[in-house]
Design a protein around this ligand. Structure first.
Ligand code: URA
Length: 242
């Protein structure tokens, strides 16, 4: 990988700033100054790179869990609205935040909860492929309580769009209040839960929606809306092997 791209991906600054600083001698590779922004690094050899004296560690992939707040777009950039990546100022541990991250799948602007963010495109692709049948569980508050019949409709696979029928989905009442439910689906079609609930009829709509799990990952209760953290090695392992 080119030295300037490496530093930009690791979050050291913009590509043009970095180029200028490389030319100015801010970068050492293996202790030697390198002034060519196009210098080719072998990332597999774990090169020792410093930028203004700070070591820049290279990780091929990084994985974060965010508790997405309502009112923020699941996107990398947007001209007008705040995105989940706008909320990530650093790596959550006081270091730079790398620039090649993207959300894995999407939550609606008004939906809260567990969002995986990574630069591992292959893993993202695999987790999102319909054939992977990754369970996603949501906590939902509805305008009208559900009935046993509604739960059965979800179990059978409800038609929620003119041409779309959802795969069988699990709906459970969370406590005594039948307007508060947990719903597990394996698909991720646009507005899927909202549309499935509306398709039950009787004025049922989703008032509040929060994703609480994604495959083997559970939303960390320590994360307040807008907060994020790196996945633990164990969580990464579970994602990779599921
Ligand atoms: N289903 C929805 O309707 N919205 C989401 O954000 C996720 C699932």
């Amino acid at each position: 990988m080119r030295l300037d791209k490496f530093l930009a991906d690791m979050g050291a600054g913009t590509r043009s700033e970095i180029k200028k600083n490389i030319r100015g001698g801010a970068v050492l590779v293996g202790g030697e100054p390198v002034r060519d922004p196009g210098f080719l690094l072998d990332e597999t050899a774990a090169p020792e790179v410093t930028y203004f004296g700070e070591p820049v560690e290279y990780h091929v992939f990084e994985y974060y869990m965010m508790n997405k707040p309502a009112g923020v777009l699941t996107a990398t950039v947007d001209k007008r609205q705040k995105t989940v990546l706008d909320l990530m100022e650093d790596d959550g541990e006081g270091g730079w935040r790398r620039r090649d991250l993207a959300p894995v799948g999407r939550l609606d602007k008004d939906t809260e909860g567990l969002l995986l963010i990574s630069n591992d495109g292959q893993l993202a692709h695999r987790l999102l492929a319909p054939a992977s049948h990754v369970d996603k569980t949501y906590y939902a508050e509805l305008t009208v309580p559900v009935t046993r019949e509604d739960i059965e409709k979800f179990q059978k696979g409800i038609q929620f769009d003119q041409n779309l029928t959802a795969l069988p989905a699990r709906m459970e009442i969370v406590s005594g209040d039948a307007a508060k439910v947990r719903i597990t689906i394996q698909e991720g079609k646009f507005h899927q839960i909202r549309k499935m609930v509306a398709a039950l009829g009787g004025g049922r709509e989703v008032k509040y929606l929060k994703r609480i799990s994604f495959g083997p990952l559970q939303l960390d209760p320590e994360l307040m809306p807008g907060e994020y953290r790196k996945l633990t090695d164990q969580e990464i392992q579970e994602l990779r092997t599921r």
